[in-house]
Design a protein around this ligand. Structure first.
Ligand code: HEM
Length: 202
């Protein structure tokens, strides 16, 4: 099958996605259309993600990947200030601690420079996980907005330390914004498109 998902670790990712979304084989087959080779190429092109952006993401990774725990702390600090998001984060014992770990891993993954089928499937999984917790699109988009602000802050610190120059900070930020917007699209795709909407609990 042309769009078979066969990267290392694929089975685990697929099992998680299927379980999370209670997906049937048939519904999962339709998801493969969202992550077909053509669709991935199309989305990368549509979001203007070029080789240069991938190179910048990797360079940025060398500078800021190690700050992943700090990023996760700042990210949840913001979400905990607001009742709606706070209620979700504190809805289960140990959830926040678990999320800080997965959030840090997610941050690292942004800068690997590999935006392939594995990447796309995980983003869909993440989107659906939020959907199933009642995270609304407005909470999601606001959170991504804050995410970009946090990353900008890290880049500014690198600029102050003389690790990057003014030209690099704007190039890096432009690239990371493209990737974040791609993630945002993939997450929200599960809110609006089949088969996710047909199995959506709300
Ligand atoms: C920038 C936006 C966001 C990003 C990048 C993000 C990232 C993630 C990641 C990577 C996971 C883990 C999925 C896994 O188990 O591997 C996750 C789960 C989760 N996130 Fe977010 N998140 C965002 C916004 C939010 C917001 C606004 C809320 C609302 C409070 C939220 C609440 C949750 C919850 C409750 C889970 C647990 C889902 C589960 O375990 O099933 N997230 N998020």
């Amino acid at each position: 099958m042309e769009n078979a998902v066969n990267y290392p670790g694929a089975e685990k990712d697929i099992a998680r996605l299927k379980e999370k979304a209670s997906l049937s084989e048939e519904a999962f087959g339709r998801i493969l259309d969202i992550i077909s080779d053509e669709e991935i190429k199309y989305e990368l092109k549509f979001n203007d993600i070029k080789e240069k952006d991938i190179e910048y993401m990797k360079k940025m990774g060398v500078l800021i990947k190690s700050l992943k725990n700090e990023v996760a702390d700042k990210f949840y600090e913001h979400l905990l200030k607001f009742n709606k998001t706070r209620n979700i984060l504190l809805s289960k014992e140990g959830l926040l601690e678990h999320l800080k770990i997965t959030q840090a891993a997610y941050f690292e993954g942004l800068f690997d420079g590999i935006y392939d089928r594995k990447y796309f499937i995980y983003r869909l999984f993440v989107g659906f996980a939020h959907h199933s917790y009642g995270v609304t699109p407005s909470m999601y988009i606001g959170a991504y907005n804050n995410y970009l602000t946090i990353i900008w802050g890290l880049l500014e610190e690198e600029l102050e330390r003389g690790k990057i120059n003014l030209n690099e900070i704007s190039e890096f930020y432009r690239s990371v914004k493209k990737i974040i917007m791609l993630d945002e699209y993939l997450a929200l795709e599960t809110y609006y498109s089949n088969p996710f909407t047909t199995i959506c609990p709300w």
